[in-house]
Ligand binder design. Structure first.
Ligand code: SF4
Length: 482
């Protein structure tokens, strides 16, 4: 799907009015949000392991150049082929080249957000190669011609009735909304495709530089089928998804599974180190690793945003974010949604273009508390907002609104001066008497504040503010009178 973060407000408005989506999002957050917090508590090392994981990730990011060299060297030693792709076009071209050289006609895919980011399916489709998603959620949204609305639960916005209707229309089955029956239908359709596929594609949850292997995690077993049955397996990884040592990978893997689905470990964890060989007959004939930059080097070069490369795309932040919990993933208009998307998307595709994403978050900090690697997302959201307010040459950001900047400067002046502050409060207390109310709440604020009361009422200013009360009661009594 084409990126469209510009549609954030319009899509969010539709999402908020969709009762099916609201129920699905509430259920998702209720289940995973709480479950993840409990899963961290139950770690043998306790929730502080998140801080250890942050240090591990930051250390890997600081040494990314040498670790990627080490990974590539060891992966090649194990018999795999490595390709460093500068951008989406480069990664897609490499995939198509390998596919064409090997006469690939059918591809089966394990879930991979990086391939969503580079829009690989569209490119394969244009080249006449059938690319089939095999993760059940991804399969559903592919049939519906939609993008994922969650990093690990891509079809969370669909009800079982939606899926029943979709399968009837696209697969020609009699209508049912019984989830096990629908799953069996998908399973049967996919099994045949796995057996007929020439190439399997997957993402990479983590790669290990020390051993030169990649690790994938799934709960359906489909990645294992896509990586072992076809004669070629191609892995796509963002260049930051690396652990220096096996013991680091172990810590990250345990936190990843807890953050993603409140599990101690995913159902299928595969460590893939090479293609089939005379000593090891299992696996594909060719194993390719595509390591994607696509804007990550720019994040790495900026100390302010480098920390975002620690992200292991677990989706824990989506599962607690009050904004994601209302507007869902499609509103973010790109592969990555929720708090992670609100930072990563502007940095990858343009801060002005995706300006609404960072402006839309509440800065409540729930994302950081839920993050298995303790990324300070609110800090980066604020930095993005600052760039939009002031403009920034390095990131080619133009100031979003000079008027807004002037308004806040004016506001700051009023707030910093006792007399002007008191005058402003007096004026507001006077003006609010003329505004419509409902049960003591203001129903409408005049522009430019009217956005606040579009969907909720506002508490009026107290008839007597604390400062006014204090002034009146302080006279002659150092401790005040009650
Ligand atoms: S920011 Fe943290 S919680 Fe969110 S997806 Fe990345 S690792 Fe997971």
């Amino acid at each position: 799907m084409k990126p469209n973060p510009e549609q954030y407000t319009a899509t969010a408005r539709t999402a908020v009015a969709d009762p099916v989506l609201q129920k699905a999002l509430a259920g998702l957050q209720d289940r995973f949000g709480r479950g993840t917090a409990l899963a961290y508590q139950q770690l043998p090392e306790g929730p502080d392991l998140r801080h250890v994981a942050h240090d591990i990730r930051m250390d890997a990011i600081q040494h990314l150049d040498s670790l990627l060299d080490e990974l590539a060297g060891n992966f090649r030693k194990n018999g795999g082929q490595v390709y460093f792709a500068q951008d989406a076009k480069d990664a897609v071209a490499y995939c198509l080249k390998v596919a064409q050289e090997n006469n690939v006609k059918r591809v089966v895919k394990g879930k991979s957000m990086v391939t969503e980011e580079i829009r690989l399916n569209d490119a394969l489709d244009d080249a006449g190669i059938e690319a089939l998603e095999t993760d059940l959620g991804e399969y559903i949204i592919q049939l519906a011609n939609e993008g994922p609305s969650h990093l690990i639960a891509p079809a969370v916005h669909k009800s079982k009735e939606d899926v029943g209707r979709l399968f009837t229309e696209k697969l020609g089955i009699d209508y049912t909304d019984d989830p096990p029956s629908l799953t069996r239908v998908a399973r049967k359709a996919l099994r045949e495709k796995f057996l007929a596929a020439d190439m399997g594609l997957s993402g990479c949850n983590l790669a290990c530089a020390e051993t030169g292997h990649i690790t994938t995690v799934s709960n359906e077993g489909n990645i294992r089928m896509a990586s072992t049955l076809p004669r070629i397996h191609m892995v796509f990884m963002g260049m930051e998804r690396i652990a220096a040592r096996l013991q680091d990978l172990d810590i990250l893997l345990r936190l990843l599974c807890r953050g993603a689905a409140a599990q101690k470990l995913g159902t299928y964890v595969s460590h893939i180190s090479g293609p089939a060989s005379p000593d090891n007959l299992d696996g594909p004939e060719q194993l390719h690793l595509v390591i994607l930059d696509n804007g990550r080097s720019k994040m790495l070069a900026d100390p302010d945003f480098r920390e975002m490369l620690c992200c292991i795309r677990c989706a824990a932040c989506l599962n607690v974010c009050p904004v994601y919990g209302k507007i869902g993933g499609h509103s973010y208009g790109f592969a990555y949604s929720g708090p992670v998307g609100a930072v990563v998307t502007p940095l990858l595709i343009g801060i002005n273009r995706a300006a609404d994403l960072c402006q839309g978050e509440t800065l409540c900090g729930a994302c950081q508390n839920a993050c298995p690697v303790n990324i300070d997302i609110p800090r980066m959201l604020l930095l993005l907002r600052a760039k939009l307010a002031d403009g920034d040459e390095k990131w080619q950001v133009s100031r979003r609104s000079s008027l807004e900047k002037a308004a806040y400067q004016f506001w700051a002046r009023i707030m910093q001066n006792r007399r002007t502050y008191d005058l402003a409060v007096d004026a507001a207390q006077l003006l609010q008497r003329f505004l419509p109310t409902n049960r003591g709440m203001l129903r409408f604020l005049p522009p430019p504040f009217n956005g606040w009361t579009k969907s909720r009422d506002m508490q009026p200013l107290a008839a007597e503010t604390f400062a006014q009360w204090w002034k009146a009661n302080q006279k002659g009594d150092a401790h005040g009178k009650r």
